[in-house]
Design a protein around this ligand. Sequence first.
Ligand SMILES: Cc1cc2nc3c(=O)[nH]c(=O)nc-3n(C[C@H](O)[C@H](O)[C@H](O)COP(=O)(O)O)c2cc1C
Length: 167
Amino acid sequence: MENVIFTRRSIRRFEQKPVEEEKLERILKAGMQAPSAHNLQPWEFMVVTDREKREALSKMSPWAGMVANAPVAIIVVGYQKNPDVMKFLPQDLGACTQNILLQIAYEGLGGCWMGFYPDEQRTENVRQYFNMPADRIPFSVIALGYSQDENRFIDRSDMSRVHYNNW
Ligand SMILES: Cc1cc2nc3c(=O)[nH]c(=O)nc-3n(C[C@H](O)[C@H](O)[C@H](O)COP(=O)(O)O)c2cc1C
């Protein structure tokens, strides 16, 4: 039970200490290592360290306040030219976002996933503020940094939810 899949929790309070560049790079690379439908890898990333921009981003969702106090925010951005495979985009970007969260934990940092897509107002606000092209989809925002929160393990396993061979 020691690996980061089991120990990761959402972290919403951060130390005012910068995240090392090499850690941030490994975190982004972990996102790019995710599985995706047809292996299309339909992701791009916006790294936001600028304080003023983080403050603005923190106001673009009612649940994103922690972005103002996190040293870094990563916006996972979707882009898919082929409308036939567009339908898998949320799954691809969800896998990408989770990979990022797990690598954050592996690096000894804390992070929190904030849902932006499919809320139209939130995604439009982000797109406009960061000058993204209209065909880009700001999917999720991840706040990250050195944690000030307690990272308490909760056992959520419930084997009664598992069905074997027949419902
Ligand atoms: C799609 C998605 C959207 C989320 N959006 C937010 C959010 O906007 N703000 C926030 O504080 N937490 C957000 N969370 C984090 C959840 O609240 C958190 O994962 C859940 O309470 C379980 O706690 P844990 O991550 O510590 O295990 C989101 C998580 C997911 C998967």
